[in-house]
Design a protein around this ligand. Structure first.
Ligand SMILES: NC(=O)C1=CN([C@@H]2O[C@H](COP(=O)(O)OP(=O)(O)OC[C@H]3O[C@@H](n4cnc5c(N)ncnc54)[C@H](OP(=O)(O)O)[C@@H]3O)[C@@H](O)[C@H]2O)[C@@H](O)CC1
Ligand SMILES: Nc1ncnc2c1ncn2[C@@H]1O[C@H](COP(=O)(O)OP(=O)(O)O)[C@@H](O)[C@H]1O
Ligand SMILES: [K+]
Length: 495
């Protein structure tokens, strides 16, 4: 699994390496050498400017400068702060750099072939201001390619937020594992291409750290992925129910239903107002439309316990009628709540927590607007320091798995496990895409996949389907595109 380490966890990995016999200066030497390797891969990087900061990030910069000079590059080094104030490994690395150490102010950064940004990394402790901020802004304005050491300076590795200023990097070289800030926007864009260098920290450090945040990739959930059993029948693959709005808003439920079917649910029933029956009947022939006028009708339909997974929200309308449908569906069933279902609980996350408590597992899939409405007034959730922290706080509050959508969709479980997606193309932001995602999650839940894993898999499959469909995508393409993604996944998982 691809773990993500926050700065504290990374410091723990560092200590673990030292405890198990790796000298900390060796880590710095390898880190600086990895940066030098990245510079050397650039086209014609003959003139290199290395901007070093006052801590170990600057130390990596001094090592990179030395290695590059030894390899014949013309290197100039500037230090933000005084050389006399460097300590520990950074002081040692600076002492091994034999060339001049200049004032940043005297350098014309626009003349650099490549700039190495080694000002601040994991130790960024507050917003940049004064000389540090001015230097980062000059670097950004230089227009020269930048290779960032660990993180673009000013980017917070835990949150992905910019603290004061940060310069767009062409490439970022980080160490051992990526950090959440490499995936969370705007950090992801600022990093450019991210390389992870092995600097000799033992993998066993992860068993000690027990990280709880991961990149959302198949290795995170593939062991729980429901491959169809050779001797199975459709009921083994679950019976999902999509609750639809009336004829004018039935498209959203329709997209969710297709998502659930293509994700592998054995059967999908669409519970819809009678006026919407013909529309659903005319879509996929495989869908089973049933007339459901209100919550009492839904309860009757769901009396068949095989209908164990229900998605509500897409195109349903927000308000009391939707809350009543949710109350009818919740007891003992696995639920996905999206869109209007979430807006129906504006400012009342405790009510969703109550639904979660009655259910057999709940996934909620808000976008940022729905999230803000649901948690209105809940400062602990809304003001948590990052998208990752907000999603985790929300999951704890609701006792449910939360999927907070966007270019960097975060999935979090109440127990703290979290995954950040990196496979969604920008053109996935199109009307109805969210409805398909809710449907895919429902289809996976219906097949018995555990709730957190189902949510993570749904997000990854959704992104992969979009990539497979390509630019020009409309939401209707996503369920169809899932076929190619499944073909590859089944092949890989031996299904
Ligand atoms: N962990 C590992 O395994 C390995 C880590 N390695 C490397 O170490 C890096 C982390 O080093 P680090 O901890 O020394 O922190 P770093 O990023 O240099 O910054 C600290 C300095 O900046 C200062 N400062 C902070 N904020 C500021 C602000 N807003 N404005 C102005 N100043 C500010 C702060 O000063 P102070 O807060 O004390 O005033 C302090 O002097 C990591 O990113 C990686 O590159 C590798 O060598 C390989 C192994
Ligand atoms: N900039 C982006 N890059 C990639 N994916 C995005 C971006 N913005 C939104 N998405 C994704 O597009 C989908 C949009 O869903 P949603 O906002 O619910 O729209 P709708 O209600 O129209 O279906 C979500 O899966 C979200 O993660
Ligand atoms: K940096």
């Amino acid at each position: 699994m691809h773990a993500l380490l926050d700065p504290q966890e990374m410091a723990r990995a560092d200590r673990y390496a030292v405890e198990t016999g790796v000298a900390s200066f060796t880590l710095m030497e390898r880190a600086g050498t990895a940066v030098a390797d990245a510079v050397a891969r650039f086209p014609l990087p003959t003139r290199v400017v290395v901007l070093c900061g006052p801590g170990n990030n600057g130390g990596d910069g001094f090592v990179a400068a030395r290695v590059l000079a030894q390899r014949g590059f013309r290197v100039r080094v500037a230090l933000l702060g005084e050389a006399a104030r460097l300590t520990g490994d950074a002081a040692k690395a600076a002492a091994k750099w034999r060339g001049p150490v200049e004032e940043p102010a005297v350098l014309d950064l626009t003349e650099a072939g490549v700039i190495v940004d080694a000002l601040f990394g994991a130790g960024l402790a507050r917003d940049l201001d004064g000389a540090a901020k001015a230097l980062v802004q000059r670097m950004a304005a230089s227009g020269r390619p930048i290779i960032a050491v660990d993180l673009p300076s000013g980017l917070d590795g835990a949150t992905g937020k910019v603290r004061g200023a940060a310069a767009q990097a062409k490439e970022t070289v980080t160490f051992f594992r990526r950090k959440p800030g490499h995936l969370l926007e705007p950090g992801r864009r600022l990093c450019g291409r991210v390389r992870v260098a092995d600097i000799g920290i033992p993998e066993a450090a992860l068993a000690v750290i027990r990280p709880q945040a991961f990149v959302n990739m198949p290795d995170l959930w593939q062991d729980a992925f429901p491959l169809p059993a050779a001797m199975g029948h459709k009921y083994d693959r679950g019976h999902a129910v999509v609750v639809s709005g009336g004829p004018w808003t039935s498209g959203a439920a329709h997209l969710a239903a297709k998502g659930a079917l293509r994700a592998g649910a054995g059967l999908v029933t669409v519970a819809c107002p009678p006026a919407a029956l013909p529309l659903h009947a005319a879509s996929y022939a495989a869908l089973m439309p049933r007339p459901v006028a209100d919550a009492a009708d839904l309860a009757l339909l769901l009396a068949d316990r095989r209908l164990g997974t229900v998605v509500l929200g897409p195109g349903l309308g927000a308000g009391a009628a939707t809350r009543a449908l949710i109350d009818a569906a919740a007891p003992g069933r696995r639920l996905v709540l999206d869109a209007d279902a979430l807006t129906s609980y504006e400012g009342a996350p405790w009510a969703v927590a109550a639904v979660a408590g009655r259910s057999a597992g709940l996934i909620v899939t808000p976008h940022e607007g729905e999230f803000a409405r649901l948690f209105r007034g809940d400062r602990e959730v809304l003001e948590a320091p990052s998208k990752l922290a907000r999603t985790r706080a929300a999951a704890r509050r609701l006792g449910a798995v939360v999927v907070l959508k966007g270019p960097d969709t975060v999935v979090a479980a109440p127990d703290g496990r979290a995954a950040i997606a990196e496979n969604a193309p920008a053109f996935l932001a199109t009307a109805g895409a969210g409805d398909v995602l809710a449907g895919i999650a429902t289809g996976l839940l219906a097949q018995g996949m555990p709730v957190f894993e189902a949510a993570c898999a749904a997000v990854w499959l959704h992104g992969a389907a979009a990539c497979s469909a390509g630019p020009g995508l409309v939401a209707d393409d996503l369920p169809e595109a899932l076929r190619a993604v499944y073909a590859e996944l089944y092949e890989k998982l031996g299904g």
